[in-house]
Design a protein around this ligand. Sequence first.
Ligand code: ME8
Length: 520
Amino acid sequence: MGEPYYITTAISYPNGRPHIGHAYEAIAADVIARFQRLSGRDVRFQTGTDVHGLKMLQKARELDTTPRALADEMSQYFKDMCDRLDVSYDRFIQTSEDEHHRASQAIWKAMDANGDLYLDRYEGWYSVRDEAYYAEDELVDDGQGGKQSPQGTPVEWTVEESWFFRLDAYQDKLLALYEEHPEFLQPDTRRNEIVSFVKSGLRPLSVSRTSFDWGVKVPGSDGHVMYVWVDALTNYLTGLGYPDETELMVKHWPADLHLIGKDIVRFHAVYWPAFLMSAGIAVSKQVFGHGFLLNKGEKMSKSVGNVVDPFALADAFGVDQLRYFLLREVSFGQDGSYSPQAIAMRSNADLSNSFGNLAQRILSFIAKNLDGYLPAIRGHQPADTALFEVLTDALQTEMPKAFEELSLSQGIEAWMRAVFACNAYVDEQAPWALKKTDPERMETVLATLYIAIAQLSIAISPVIPGSAKALLDHMGVPDDVRSLAAMGSHWYSPLAESDYQVGVPKPLFPRIDLPAEDAE
Ligand code: ME8
């Protein structure tokens, strides 16, 4: 097994059904996890739901149910969404699990033992929608003579007895972390925001609540439940078996990547490393704050109600078409917009017309003209070598480098360049014409293209796993060569000496024709 790699998504509030923003994050994390597996890493991938806090409690009251029943019912939709979208998580956590309560109490005790917790009285602003405390000077005008949070959510004045965490004691250590490990928080723009926030001064953080009891109990302090973010962040440890020194803890902690949205960077890049430092646990290696997905340019949220159901999108366009669109179209880290037209255009152009069509016409030609038997390559010509050079550069150098740096759309662009090179090679070599003039050369051209299509499929498999697998299965490519390592310079035609017969494939990416009402 290769080097360990631990990746997590945020855990979502299941106070409603998942929306496309949740799907986006799960898919992006899955693409990274699958890419790391393809590179030979020993990957652990965790996702789940964050069920405590006032937001869940209030939603349950509104629906006349209990927060636990709401959490159980809605968490299932999040899990089903991951399954529907081919998200290959190893662990789906729900923070109501006993193990999670135990882990949260353990980290609390460790912070307490380090002298970082004290009891006092909280008087200040709280946003239930953000589950966040805000200082007076952070609030902005709500346009109606009142105040709201910088995220535009309502705030309420809160007064109660509370435990506090000495966040202020970690100001210098946090600044040193950002300075010494610029990779800890990415993209750079988010790091700059956080550095100036921390430089402006940190205050002790209220970390328990007494006005409700839906949460993890504070050990030894009756009537207190933990502030939801304390237990929520701890989920990343729970999933590895913390506080026990399990094999998973030893292998996978510190986490390699917490993939989260830009609205919750402060919690992950300020509170979380401070909690870990306080508890004497190694700090995670990287937090990446991706952008928001906007519905034709408008921010969506469960509370606002303009949510688009990811199940419906997958049904309408296909899982891989949706995955490909989201990763190719949105420059990772920045906000992105989607619309039915944009999904259809991207999928038709790249998947149907360029890649799908290449695979379709070459494999059909092999099936019809060579009985599906794959010929050996006999003598490379410069055009063949040139094509392999392009493929090697794009698929074995540029694409992995871009994916490693989380420049996901750039990685896919490199892949597209390789697809274009293959199509140009087909046009130049014209195997259809060679059939009459030089059948031996035709066989070499087809064998070259077979290898190229297999390599293209392997390289893009993290993005479109279902279609890539179907194509590789159809081509009879053995499992043990489906990796980046196996794609090295000695990759010979895996079928040259076998009696596997390639059949005429079914089109993998049928063109998407939008119904009139969506076409605008
Ligand atoms: O924040 N586009 O949960 P959540 C892209 N429970 N990403 C989006 C998005 C959008 N339109 N809307 C939300 C929470 N997200 C906490 C996390 S982690 C210890 C606790 C992202 O359900 C959001 O940025 O509000 C976050 O990363 C994730 O979806 C869950 O959001």
